[in-house]
Write a protein that binds this ligand. Structure first.
Ligand code: ATP
Length: 363
């Protein structure tokens, strides 16, 4: 497996790009570690597939270089890059058995019979395909076929990286969850460099140890799921990660408080110090999980009007209006009394984040 370097890579589908908006992929300068599990996460059109195709060699970037373990592969076609790919839909031979489908990529590269058998059995075991090894692929369900495609992608340990392009799209929701966990297990057992494209945050957060969040052709943050949740470096990450996303309130800052209109919200010392030097458009961000909601007034709480309540079984999402039409969502744990019309909000001050011109203020 290899370390992947993106050395000042940018791509435009336009012949003579003039300004930033002409680029589908804006400047990307990054190193992705050997053996890492990376997820490329972002909304439709943010450039995920463009970046994946640049790494696989289907696309030559307009600018910059791609290096595998320090070797420049920018000009090499996919077949010369020694990578393995798994696509949205199954790619396999229907007339072959499951065993032969899994063995095919290894046979093709001249591996010996003993090594092939060892590896095929190992991958089949991980993906729960052992009982189906002698069956013809044609007789299997769409889910099982996609599992074979995943297996065909994982079977070679000599590749630089394995690239997955939304591979669970056709999979039944229940099996999706199982396969996500399997892929994580595969990564832990086989120590492969995995790159996984998805627009589904649950998929990215369960599978990857590094989530690369993309927005409008650029990378806005690379972090662990916890880092993205606790300290989103850009407002977009706060909004895109989490369900529902982070709440944002336009505010001004005054000493140890943020002022939302004439409402005072207390900040801790560290956040207040960060805010002291802040310029531009300032917003306060807080996750619904850290917005306590009470049905009676408690110390330091602010009155709000309940707009709606969504019941998710083991928790509720309460949408409230604070002050002059500021809409906020709070997560109410199971067992807590649900306010009906009026609620009292308390901001957990250690979880308040400040954003200046959409960027997180941090030390
Ligand atoms: P999705 O999740 O919908 O596949 P994505 O994040 O993978 O989206 P890309 O497919 O990389 O995004 O597209 C990035 C931008 O480049 C989009 O604005 C898209 O319209 C544009 N684009 C993609 N492929 C081409 C192409 N072959 N020619 C011109 N523009 C393209």
């Amino acid at each position: 497996m290899a370390e992947i370097t993106l050395d000042n890579v940018a791509h435009s589908y336009i012949a003579n790009p003039k300004n930033e908006t002409d680029y589908a992929l804006r400047l990307i300068d990054n190193i992705w570690k050997d053996g890492g599990a990376y997820a490329l996460l972002g909304p439709s059109g943010c450039g995920k597939t463009t970046l994946l195709n640049i790494i696989s060699g289907l696309l030559t970037p307009s600018k910059g270089r791609v290096l595998f373990d320090g070797k420049d592969v920018t000009g090499l076609p996919p077949e010369k890059r020694n990578i393995s790919q798994v696509f949205q839909f199954p790619v396999l031979y229907d007339t072959m058995s499951v065993y032969d489908n899994l063995a095919f990529p290894l046979k093709n590269r001249g591996f010996n019979k003993i090594d092939i058998e060892k590896r095929v059995l190992e991958v089949a075991e991980i993906l729960d395909l052992t009982d189906s090894l002698n069956k013809k692929a044609a007789r299997l369900s769409a889910d099982a076929k996609q599992k074979i495609s995943l297996g065909r992608g994982l079977v070679r340990s000599d590749v630089a990286a394995i690239l997955f392009d939304e591979p669970l799209t056709v999979i039944d929701p229940h099996l999706k969850w199982q396969l996500r966990c399997k892929l994580k297990q595969v990564h832990e057992q086989l120590k492969l460099t995995l790159l996984y494209v998805t627009h589904d945050q649950v998929e990215a957060l369960t599978f990857a140890d590094h989530v690369i969040v993309m927005y409008e052709g650029g990378i806005v943050q690379i972090g662990s799921p916890q880092e993205l949740f606790e300290n989103p470096s850009h407002k977009f990450v706060g909004y895109f990660i989490g369900s529902p996303g982070m709440n944002f309130l336009p505010c001004t800052l005054g000493g140890s408080h943020a002022m939302v209109g004439d409402i005072k919200i207390k900040l801790n010392d560290e956040t207040a110090a960060l805010g002291a030097a802040a310029k531009g458009k300032i917003e306060l961000g807080i996750r619904p999980l850290y917005l306590q909601i009470h049905d009676t007034q408690v110390e330091g709480s602010l009155p709000a009007i309940v707009k709606s309540i969504e019941d998710h079984g083991n928790y509720k999402i309460v949408t409230v209006i604070l002050g002059d039409n500021n809409i906020l969502r709070a997560r109410l744990p199971e067992g807590k009394h649900t306010p009906s019309e009026k609620a009292w909000l308390k901001f957990s001050k250690n979880w308040i984040r400040l954003f200046s011109n959409d960027i997180l203020l941090k030390n």
